[in-house]
Design a protein around this ligand. Structure first.
Ligand code: FES
Ligand SMILES: [Fe+2]
Length: 423
């Protein structure tokens, strides 16, 4: 349970809010590079952290993210002409470049230098891993881009999608960490799929013997330890990257790809759910891609031309009650990602955490909230996740003897450099 003040603090991300300020200290994914397919292509609308924006690609191919409202008299730049190095408002023709500088002001006398005194709010953009990223915080505090491995592998090694979820970002993020629901909400899918053959069976095998929650320089590690025949524990480690990423514990097998999700606030009642799968060493296979595009896993079918799921709350996610009754699917809803969204959206646009009754199985939810509140209260200049090299990590499952502390083993098993050296 949270107090109303704490709930507001963690869920509100608009300009001037404390969580919004925190999110603005990190590079945030905006859209896929392919969504701006060519120089001077049509601009797109985008709402991020409660700010209505327009994103465009200029004649040189540079991505620009700017305030949707023209600073002249607030017309929408979504209707702007994207031409010759800038976006031109179609009302009176004021034109701006990707940095927000006013290039032309045809409605003013030619000798006027008014255009030098008017700027459009613009946020810096970078393209990495087939995604346009932005930084919306104070320019002097802009960090280097994080060295997330999936943004550095060849395009054929990764698959990323984005789509909307009609809930506040935090209840999505909490759901991502909530391992207690795996064998229940997703029952049927996890047991009946070859893909989940390792993890699914483990998920229904009972609770792990130990949980560890280790704060790190990039966020935290959440480890679950299960007894192994040697008398030690096998630790499954998932990684939290600031501010709202989760790198999932690995699936069974040694040649499986890695999954990440991020919940990026659109406004307080909606978030953009990013789903990424990648393999560090090879291209994704046809079989893997077919699985990803079958919508049984994290990716969700959307209404063509939109980011809204085709199965959504207006059609009750096309819940199949016969399938539910058959036991093949606990929910009767297609796919893990949509099952999560359906149930998280059912909690209301912003979940009222003053009404909850948490139990021992909710430990990771409590830890996640404490972590975020702790960063908000004493992060300051020592915010986690600002060192780009700290992100050079992969998730892992590894054995440790008896009561050995998890924290001391993390670097050796999760750091890409250390793992490569040991091989
Ligand atoms: S409102 Fe954009 S140029 Fe006038
Ligand atoms: Fe889930």
């Amino acid at each position: 349970m949270l107090t109303r003040e704490e709930n507001d603090l963690l869920t509100r991300t608009g300009p001037g809010t404390r969580m919004g300020d925190l999110m603005r200290r990190y590079w945030i994914p905006t859209l896929l590079s392919d969504e701006l397919p060519a120089p001077d292509c049509p601009p797109r609308r985008l709402t991020l952290l409660g700010e209505k924006l327009v994103v465009f690609r200029d004649s040189q191919g540079r991505a620009g993210l700017v305030d949707e409202r023209c600073p002249h008299r607030n017309a929408s730049l979504f209707f702007g002409r994207n031409e010759e190095g800038g976006l031109r408002c179609v009302y009176h023709g004021w034109k701006f470049d990707v940095a927000g500088l006013c290039l032309d002001m045809p409605s003013e006398p030619a000798e006027s230098n008014y255009k030098r005194r008017v700027a459009l709010t613009a946020y810096p953009c970078l393209e990495r891993g087939g995604v346009v990223w932005t930084y919306m915080g104070p320019p002097e505090l802009k960090p280097e881009f994080p060295e997330l491995e999936w943004t550095q592998v060849p395009a054929a090694n990764r698959y990323a999608t984005r789509r909307l979820q009609a809930s506040n970002w935090l209840q999505g993020y909490e759901g991502g960490w909530d391992t207690a629901h795996l064998p229940i909400l997703h029952r049927g899918d996890t047991q009946n799929s070859n893909y989940f053959s390792g993890r699914g069976k483990e998920a229904v095998r009972g609770l792990p013997a130990r949980y560890e929650f280790v704060p790190t320089e990039y966020g935290f590690v959440y480890g679950r330890g299960r007894h192994n025949p040697e008398g030690g524990l096998n630790w499954e480690c998932a990684l939290m990257f600031m501010p709202s990423w989760k790198m999932f514990q690995p699936f069974a097998g040694t040649d499986n790809r890695i999954t990440l999700l991020a919940w990026v606030p659109v406004d307080d009642a909606n978030c953009m759910l990013w789903g990424v799968e990648y393999h560090p060493r090879r291209a994704l296979t046809e079989e893997e891609m077919a699985w990803s595009k079958s919508f049984h896993y994290i990716h969700v079918e959307t209404v063509p031309g939109t980011l809204r799921p085709l199965r959504n709350r207006d059609n009750d996610y096309l819940v199949d009650r016969k399938l539910q009754a058959s036991g093949q699917s606990f929910t009767g809803i297609l796919g893990l990602g949509l099952q999560d969204s359906a149930i998280q959206e059912s909690m209301g646009p912003v979940c009222d955490r003053t009404r909850e009754h948490l139990g021992p199985a909710d430990v990771v939810i409590v830890k996640l909230r404490r972590h975020l509140l702790g960063v908000l209260n004493d992060g300051g200049s020592a915010l986690p996740g600002l060192d780009p090299a700290s992100y050079r990590l992969r998730p892992a499952v590894f054995p440790l003897s008896g009561d050995a502390p998890l924290a001391s083993a993390l670097d050796a098993h999760l750091r890409i450099d250390a793992v490569a050296l040991a091989q």
